[in-house]
Design a protein around this ligand. Structure first.
Ligand SMILES: N[C@@H](CCC(=O)N[C@@H](CS)C(=O)NCC(=O)O)C(=O)O
Length: 205
């Protein structure tokens, strides 16, 4: 069975949520998120840079949450939650999936890392700059959502799952109120049964 090695509140949430959306069976293995455990040879064999999550699906073991999402869509999605490759919406789908982690999630992720690793010696200017980067990503998201219901149009896709986790991270580490279009989108997305079930699983770990 597909196994998600996950620590509560972290990016493995995307994978749990996606499996819930697809009704694909999985199990969650809780990872000790302490720096000491993540530095251990045991965990470094799973993730060479000591991060979470890791996913094991048969022969496949991978350590990037976006790659896990794409793998699950391609192998277990039966065409659901992503536009077909020959659909013009597919490029937009890829853009928002990558933006969620590589650009927006980079800023929120670094805020999280710095708070955890450098508590007491936080550099205000560094943190302020990362908050500004995150805010500019939120503004880009709001602009996109002004003309559509979900990130790729009128249909919910896994890009909304990728971004949903990033918005949670923004809320935790920046905490600005959501602009109007993001607020309306998030109300729709966070009301989904699969999202609520994923939250319950994450909180129950
Ligand atoms: N791009 C990676 C980022 C993984 C990542 O940064 N995970 C965080 C938790 S959400 C982590 O393990 N942070 C610990 C650290 O960076 O030291 C992914 O999407 O899987």
């Amino acid at each position: 069975m597909l196994t998600i090695h996950h620590a509560p509140g972290t990016r493995g949430f995307r994978v749990i949520w996606l499996c819930e959306e697809l009704g694909h069976p999985y199990r969650v293995e809780k990872v000790d998120f302490s720096a000491a455990y993540r530095a251990s040879p045991e965990w470094r064999r799973m993730n060479p840079v000591g991060k979470v999550p890791v996913m094991v699906d048969g022969e496949v073991t991978i350590f990037e949450s976006g790659a896990m999402v794409q793998h699950i869509l391609d192998h277990h999605g039966h065409g659901r939650l992503q536009p077909p490759r020959d659909d013009p919406g597919h490029a937009l789908f890829l853009q928002w999936c990558w933006f969620a982690e590589a650009t927006f999630g980079r800023a929120t992720g670094e805020l999280a890392n710095h708070k955890r690793a450098f508590a007491g010696a936080l550099k205000d200017d560094v943190m302020a700059e990362m908050r500004d980067r995150a805010r500019s990503c939120l503004a880009a998201l709001d602009q996109a959502l002004a003309t559509r219901t979900y990130l790729v149009g009128e249909t919910f896709t896994a890009a909304d799952v990728m971004m949903g986790y990033t918005l949670q991270s923004f809320d935790r580490h920046v905490g600005d109120p959501h602009p109007a279009h993001v607020a309306a989108w998030w109300q729709r997305v966070s009301a989904r049964g699969a999202y609520r079930r994923a939250l319950d699983i994450d909180r129950g770990l």
